[in-house]
Design a protein around this ligand. Sequence first.
Ligand SMILES: [Zn+2]
Length: 116
Amino acid sequence: MSLNQQQECTKPPIPEDGEEFVKCTMCSRKMPPDRAFAKDGNHFCCVAIAATHAQSNASVQAHYGKKKGPLGAIIKTIVILAILASIGYAAYHFRDKIKAGADAAKEKVEENKTAQ
Ligand SMILES: [Zn+2]
């Protein structure tokens, strides 16, 4: 058997209607649970397919892990900076308003004093 043939799905007997079965994660073939190779919560119709699936999963995870990691960190940093900036702006804005309000109140008091 060549390596290529080994990686093709074997043909386990298809269960009769009503019989218990699991589906191959790679080719969706129905097969009796005792003929399936279980790996990481998946079922496969042959060991080679299970190994291929595990490998492709690992490479996909490695691929997205590398791409997702720094981007996620950048987004997190931007979100934190945006929150800090809005808090800073709000505080600055609020302080100006308080100062303006206090100045206006002071002016009113002064007006009242000179009016009396
Ligand atoms: Zn299969």
